[in-house]
Design a protein around this ligand. Structure first.
Ligand code: AMP
Length: 378
């Protein structure tokens, strides 16, 4: 009996545990809160990620460890890796935790990125703005996610407000200034690399955001083959450079046929949830196969898929369940503003059928954004 340990007990850990059940796997989850939703399916250890006693208890109960949360302190991941195999490796995790280090690596690897600069203090911000220009975005280097820890600087007049909002963090989590990319599309490559170096990607995914939070993903993305091949090649370059094991997502902006890398998520990713029903092997199953050293499953798509995120509260399930191609995922979380509480995936043989189903769901839920996405698909 193999037990997989997961640091972080949110919906990603929950879906990992669900996908591991048919493989005969057991799970242990470490999370800071007692109601972490993965705890509904796997024994939960409640403790801080820096707490050596909790980490030691966790390590003693698992054969291999992985993450559902990338902000586990790198020292904790390192400490754990001296006791039990940890995938992805702590170096990959720590690179992905720091936007400056991550973007510097992308550039070194020949993966294009938006212009960026380190912002150590107010003078450095002024210098960075002079070099990069406006509009631009000031972001925390570490601990930012889903658009949090970011300030958009639209014109020179916004610089004081940006510094007031984030300046105190320059000395704690660090700051980075990035050029604002007026992208046509946001894309992500969800990829998996095995312990033996085997590498696979799912078809390129197209993502829509509302207020910096993913709202919907479409696969395959509406881009030409050459662009998709470039994106997948970037992911392979990155996976190999990091000696990565497991699933990761590379988020990209597409502008005028050019790809610019935004960030690496060193874990299964929200933009890969559609793979549960929309591909031969889901990102969750393949992540487990990778960290366990098992052969990777085929990543080919089964039809066309669109995933809709439910944020804050679950909508009426019937709107999705009455669709022949509708699949419902409720994470078992309490509703809370801004919280990802579930998702749905619609999968159809053709883009046209997918668009029709999406339109019906959007109309039933009064979601004009979903109806608008549908209009662009079919
Ligand atoms: P992030 O936390 O970096 O993934 O940012 C959240 C969202 O903000 C992204 O998905 C984009 O929609 C937007 N965003 C972040 N960085 C940029 C940028 N440099 N240019 C334009 N939009 C951005």
């Amino acid at each position: 009996m193999t037990t997989v340990g997961i640091l972080g007990g949110g919906q990603l850990a929950r879906m990992l545990a669900l996908s591991g059940a048919p493989l005969g796997l057991r799970f242990r989850v470490l999370d800071t809160v007692a109601d972490a939703c993965a705890g509904q399916f796997a024994p939960l250890i409640v403790g801080d990620y820096r707490d050596k006693l909790a980490l030691a208890e966790f390590a003693s109960q698992v054969d291999v460890a992985t993450f559902d949360f990338e902000n586990v302190p790198a020292e904790s991941a390192q400490w754990l890796s001296e006791r039990v195999p940890v995938f992805p490796n702590p170096r990959a995790l720590s690179i992905a935790q720091d936007r400056l280090v991550e973007k510097t690596l992308f550039r070194e690897l020949g993966i294009p990125v938006p212009d960026f600069a380190d912002v150590a203090d107010r003078a450095a911000l002024d210098a960075a703005i002079a070099a990069i220009g406006v509009p631009c975005i000031l972001k925390t280097r570490r601990l930012g996610y889903d658009g949090k820890g970011q300030f958009r600087i639209k014109s020179a007049g916004d610089v004081d407000a940006a510094w007031d909002a984030l300046g105190t963090q320059a000395q704690t989590v660090g700051l980075i200034l990035e050029a604002f990319v007026p992208f046509e599309r946001e894309l992500s490559v969800v990829a998996v690399r095995g312990r033996d170096g085997a590498f696979r990607t799912w078809p390129l995914t197209e993502n829509w955001h509302i207020d910096g939070v993913l709202s919907a993903s479409l696969a395959p993305a509406r881009v030409d083959d050459a662009l998709a091949r470039t994106a997948l090649a970037h992911a392979r370059t990155l996976g190999e450079a990091l000696d990565y094991v497991g699933v990761f997502a590379l988020e990209l902006f597409c502008r005028d046929g050019v790809l610019l890398a935004n960030e690496l998520a060193p874990r299964v990713h929200n933009s890969g949830h559609w793979t549960i029903e929309g591909s031969e092997t889901s990102q969750f199953e393949n992540h487990l196969r990778a960290v366990l050293g098992l052969p990777l499953g085929d990543t080919r798509m089964v039809g066309h898929a669109c995933m809709l995120n439910w944020i804050g509260a679950m909508p009426d399930a019937n709107a999705v369940l009455r669709e022949a191609c509708g699949h419902w995922h409720d994470y078992g979380k309490e509703p809370r503003a801004g919280r990802k509480v579930g998702h749905a995936t619609l999968r159809a043989e053709t883009a046209h059928e997918l668009a029709e189903a999406l339109t019906r769901v959007g109309e039933a839920l009064g979601r004009t954004d979903i109806v608008a996405h549908a209009a662009g698909i079919g």
